[in-house]
Structures are given as C-alpha cells and as structure tokens.
Design a protein around this ligand. Structure first.
Ligand code: NAP
Length: 150
C-alpha cells in the first residue's frame, strides 16, 4: 500500500498548531445569563466537565451533573443536581436518562464530555464491548441522546 509522506508544510503546520496556540477569543465571562436553561454535563466530576458545571451554575443554568461518583462531584450550589451515570453500562445510561425525564420537560444543552482514553485492550464494558468504545461512543453520543426524547 502506497504511503504519502507529509510535506514539509504539513509538518510545519502541525507544529505551528500544537506549539503556537493563539489566545482564546472567548472566555467564561462572555457566557450570557443562562437562567431558565437546562443543561446536562456528563463526566462533570473532574477536569473540563467540572469547570463547565461550575461556570454554568455561576450563570444561573439548571445543571445536571451526570457522573459515576457523587462524592467526587462538586458540592453543587444553587440549581445543580447530581444524576448517577456510568456511560460504560447501557443499563445505567437508560436509568440516568429516565431519572432526568422524570425531573424535566426540556433539555436545552447536552454536553457529552464524560469519557476515557487509551484503555487497555482487555478491558470491557458490562455488556462486553471494548471499554473505551462503550464509554465514549455507545454510552454517551448514541444511547444517552436516544433515550432523552420529550
Ligand atoms: N484533556 C485532554 O487532553 C483530552 C484530549 C482528548 C479528549 N479528551 C476528552 O475530553 C473529555 C474531558 O477531558 P478531561 O481532561 O476533563 O478528562 P478527565 O479529567 O479524565 O475527566 C473525565 C470525566 O469523565 C468521567 N467519566 C469517565 N468514565 C466515565 C463513565 N464510564 N461514566 C461516567 N463518567 C465517566 C470522569 O468521571 P470519574 O471521576 O467517575 O472517572 C470524569 O468526570 C474526556 O472525554 C476526555 O476523554 C481530553
């Protein structure tokens, strides 16, 4: 199979994008008031998800933090609600979606943030799928969205 080596300009472009990241043009302060908006953040217990939950709460959104570990999650102030969700387990995904539907009649924003990377090949989900595929693809973007229908 023929392999096209990257050109010098491709290599330059890669390093330019990786090393010389421009200053962001948007910041949390620019987020409008989110009063009345209902948001779900999956994996809101750590990292980017945790920062996202905090920012949305500060802007008065109703935020559902869907994650595995309630203790590890933020001590949610204001309109924050914890929902137990294990994205790797399709039964947990369905239960979490059903819990949300019992509490809300609308969802304005779903932030599919929860996920994992580079798991060992021999780790599988409760239903027997590759753990990373089950968590990042089957659990969140596919199943969770499908269950949340009003
Ligand atoms: N940071 C990067 O450089 C980078 C690069 C590419 C992609 N990403 C992706 O971007 C997202 C956020 O990154 P991050 O750096 O903030 O990641 P992080 O600090 O590792 O946080 C990931 C979040 O996802 C949750 N999570 C993992 N498996 C879960 C499951 N089965 N069910 C429910 N929640 C689960 C974790 O909850 P627990 O506390 O329960 O583990 C945690 O809250 C992740 O999906 C990550 O894979 C990140």
């Amino acid at each position: 199979m023929a392999y096209d080596f990257p050109s010098l300009s491709d290599v330059f472009s890669f390093f330019e994008q990786a090393l010389f990241i421009p200053k962001p043009t948007w910041s949390i302060e620019k987020m409008p008031d989110m009063t009345g908006k209902v948001v779900i953040v999956t994996g809101g217990s750590a990292g980017i998800g945790k920062v996202t939950v905090k920012a949305l709460l500060e802007k008065n959104a109703t935020v559902y933090l869907a994650a595995r570990n309630e203790k590890k999650s933020l001590d949610l102030p204001g309109k924050g609600v914890f929902i137990s969700l294990d994205l790797a387990d399709l039964y947990s995904v369905k239960a979490a979606a059903q819990e949300f539907l019992r509490k809300e009649t609308r969802l304005h924003i779903l932030i599919n943030n929860g996920g994992i990377m580079m798991t060992p090949k021999d780790q599988f989900s409760p239903q027997g799928y590759d753990l990373q595929f089950a968590t990042n693809v089957l659990g969140g973007p596919l199943s969770f969205i499908c269950y949340i229908k009003f």
